[in-house]
Design a protein around this ligand. Structure first.
Ligand SMILES: [Fe+2]
Length: 296
């Protein structure tokens, strides 16, 4: 891909509002059926963000969605961006085959540790990166390598976490990562709200350090406050109640992200009717005409 990201971003389509899924998600009782949502409220299911573990491939729902020619994004669930051996040729070839089936607008995924030790079924987890300057170079190299291997933009996402190590603010870290990899970004507003709270910051601390023109996608999700032995923690439960701090972040992000192309409401484990109010609440916060122009 040629030119700087800020030139390339012009070619990325506006996908609008969408939903996420991963292998077998709908087989759980009461889980959201993305195709049913698209039939019921087309503007809320403009695209499907497909969580992909190469070893599992695509399930019937994701395959059917792609076969219908409806828009998708490819959300990886199995790459440690800072480990070059994760992009081994056998993995890359399978990822390319999955991308060929999905024809995603871009690739995205949490920039963290998806596995500890070798990539193996028993070792899958998700930890945030250590927020120090030394983490940036290897991770940026991984983003460039994955972009080249798949021929698609790769947007790193800020991962969830309840403990964060390192001396950089998370937004300062992602700012440096985006510049170094010359890439766009996916900001998960619920993960960011949890980070700010865990660190004792206000919801918008560090906002000015992020190059918002690189933010292409946002995630919005519900959460709940749990108290364990007197310690209040936020559970990123993808429920239907979005916490107030998350809304503050969503609104500020929408106001700044002039190249925004996609917003995912992460609510895959809820019945369809229960999810409609969150979509409506996100839709009313989007700039006028933004949703109407999606999919064109
Ligand atoms: Fe997310």
């Amino acid at each position: 891909m040629r030119g700087s990201f800020l030139d390339r971003v012009g070619a990325l389509p506006r996908l609008g509002l969408g939903v996420s899924t991963e292998y077998g998600a709908r087989r759980q009782d009461g889980a959201l059926d993305p195709a049913a949502l698209r039939a019921r409220a087309p503007a809320y299911a403009g695209f499907l963000e497909v969580g992909v573990e190469v070893v599992k491939g695509l399930d019937a729902d994701a395959s059917a969605w792609a076969a219908a020619g409806w828009p998708t994004t490819y959300h990886f669930l199995d790459v440690n961006l800072d480990e070059p051996e994760d992009l081994e040729e056998s993995w890359s070839a399978e990822a390319r085959a999955i991308a060929a089936a999905l024809r995603p607008a871009w690739v995205c995924g949490d920039a963290g540790l998806w596995h500890f030790g070798a990539r193996d079924r028993g070792q899958m987890l998700l930890l945030p990166p250590v927020l120090v300057k030394a983490s940036i170079g290897p991770m940026a190299a991984g983003i460039r390598a994955l972009r080249a291997a798949l021929g698609l933009e790769v947007l790193p996402e800020n991962p969830p976490g309840s403990v964060f190590l390192g001396d950089m603010h998370l937004l300062e870290f992602f700012a440096a990562l985006a510049e170094s990899a010359d890439t766009g970004l996916l900001i998960d507003c619920a993960h960011l709200a949890i980070y700010q709270r865990v660190m004792g910051f206000d919801p918008l601390t560090g906002f000015d350090s992020l190059p918002w023109e690189r933010v292409v996608e946002l995630h919005v999700a519900g959460g709940s406050v749990l108290t364990h032995e007197g310690l209040a923690m936020v559970d990123d439960d993808h429920g239907t109640a979005v916490l107030p701090d998350t809304w503050v972040i969503v609104e500020a992000a929408i106001a700044r992200a002039q190249n925004l192309r996609a917003v995912v409401v992460e609510c895959e484990r809820n019945p369809l009717e229960a999810t409609l109010p969150i979509f409506a609440a996100v839709a009313e916060r989007l700039p006028q005409g933004w949703l109407a122009g999606a999919g064109e």
